[in-house]
Design a protein around this ligand. Structure first.
Ligand code: AMP
Length: 399
């Protein structure tokens, strides 16, 4: 890869926060156990604690803001932040003030009486459609609450929204500790990556990932394909089976990648299928060219696991985003486990794992401590590694 590292950015340690009102954009978009409001993995909340504690130690008034889920500009009861506020309060051992906002109470009056070291959380910013529209009026409303703006939400830095970009036009804007660490670790990985560079791309969001693949294939030596995208590649080979949500455009993109890509593209020779998208659907190992139309591809197969492990074993730089299978379900977790183990056992490679569910997978398989850097950003880490300018990073003050 030949990518220029981004300009170095000022951090919370470069500004005087003592006693100030500080608006912090955090990434509390935590996974919930299906059909509940129980947080299944609170890592994203924990990762914001160093910045929050740093500010509290300096008597700052800490006003946190974030999004949760995709409510698309309206109030969705199940996407309220009350469970997140409660968990944050437990971790900090204090009452986190409900600063309301988007659709609820008036944040200015709710945060007015905050004392030194107090912490408040605004309601889900995406309840207000002006957030994703990067509306300047909304950005000004957010900015009016504080003296300084800190972005600690690397995971949303690739989106130009009011709370990631707009607000930074109206306040001194710097990186939080988590954001600073991400920029440093990912920056080091692309400054002078050792070859072979191997990318593993899986996960569910097929169209998003195909776009990412098109960029990665120009910059890395080898790309291993997993997840929902496998069906698009199967179709590109002319095999009909494996229902899925790949569009004709995805299949065309897969065909183009197979046809002329500077990188070697490894498509799994076999897969594990199921009749339904359900944990108890019987799992069947099938060759890629032998999948009935009625079956879904839910994991890569044993032969693919071996081929992927070989491809990973001699890599010197590994970029992994998206689990190759539905690892949350035992019967379809084999591919993700094999990749996690292969990445973890290659001690001579720099390994970068990105994306909420991929980070969750390496933790679930107990290998997170063997990964060079587990990024909190999915799309953001990929775009950064592709050398794209992340608008939320560009908006921060240079060193
Ligand atoms: P993403 O956020 O796009 O990285 O998607 C992560 C999710 O993709 C995980 O929860 C996996 O269960 C899911 N996943 C992995 N492989 C597949 C597949 N073949 N079909 C559907 N979902 C998958």
């Amino acid at each position: 890869m030949r990518i220029q590292p981004a300009a170095r950015k000022q951090t919370v340690e470069d500004v005087d926060v003592a006693g100030k009102r500080v608006l912090v954009r955090v990434d509390f978009n935590v996974p919930m156990a299906p059909e509940t409001t129980r947080i299944s993995d609170d890592s994203r909340i924990r990762e914001s604690l160093p910045t929050i504690r740093y500010l509290r130690e300096r008597q700052a008034r800490v006003i946190l803001c974030c999004h949760f889920g995709r409510p698309k500009g309206r109030v969705v009861e199940e996407m309220r932040l009350a469970p997140v506020r409660k968990r944050l309060g437990e971790l900090l051992e204090l009452d986190v003030l409900d600063a309301a906002g988007p659709g609820g109470g008036e944040p200015a009056s709710r945060t007015m009486g905050m004392g030194p070291g107090d912490v408040a959380l605004l309601e889900n910013l995406r309840f207000d459609r002006r957030e994703e529209a990067n509306d300047d009026g909304f950005a000004r409303e957010l900015a009016s609450l504080a003296d300084i703006y800190i972005n600690d939400a690397f995971g949303t830095a690739h989106r130009a929204h009011a709370s990631t970009v707009g607000v930074a036009q109206h306040l001194p804007a710097v990186a939080g500790m988590l954001m600073a660490r991400e920029l440093e670790m990912l920056g080091a990985a692309i400054a002078s990556p050792l070859s072979p560079v191997v990318a593993i791309v899986g996960g569910a969001k097929v169209s998003d990932k195909i776009a990412v693949l098109e960029n990665l294939a120009r910059n890395v030596d080898r790309v291993l394909i997993g997840g929902g995208m496998v069906a698009a590649f199967a179709r590109a080979f002319g095999h009909s089976g494996g229902a899925g949500d790949s569009t004709p455009e995805d299949v065309a993109a897969a065909r183009a990648l197979l046809g002329d890509s500077p990188a070697e593209i490894l498509v799994p020779p076999d897969v594990v299928t199921g009749r339904a998208f359900a944990p108890d659907t019987p799992a069947v190992v099938r060759k890629l060219d032998d999948i009935p139309d009625s079956e879904l591809i839910l994991d890569i197969g044993p032969e693919a696991c071996g081929a992927f492990a070989d491809a990973i074993s001699d890599a010197r730089t590994i970029i992994w985003n998206g689990p190759p299978g539905v690892f949350e379900w035992e019967a379809f977790s084999g591919g993700t486990k094999a990749v996690a183990n292969a990445v973890a056992s290659n001690e001579s490679a720099t390994s970068i794992v990105g994306g909420g569910s991929t980070a969750e997978a390496v933790r679930a398989f107990g290998v997170d401590h063997l990964i060079s850097h587990v990024s909190t950003g999915g799309g953001a880490s990929l775009e950064f590694l592709e050398g794209k300018t992340l608008p939320g990073v560009a908006a921060l003050l240079d060193k």
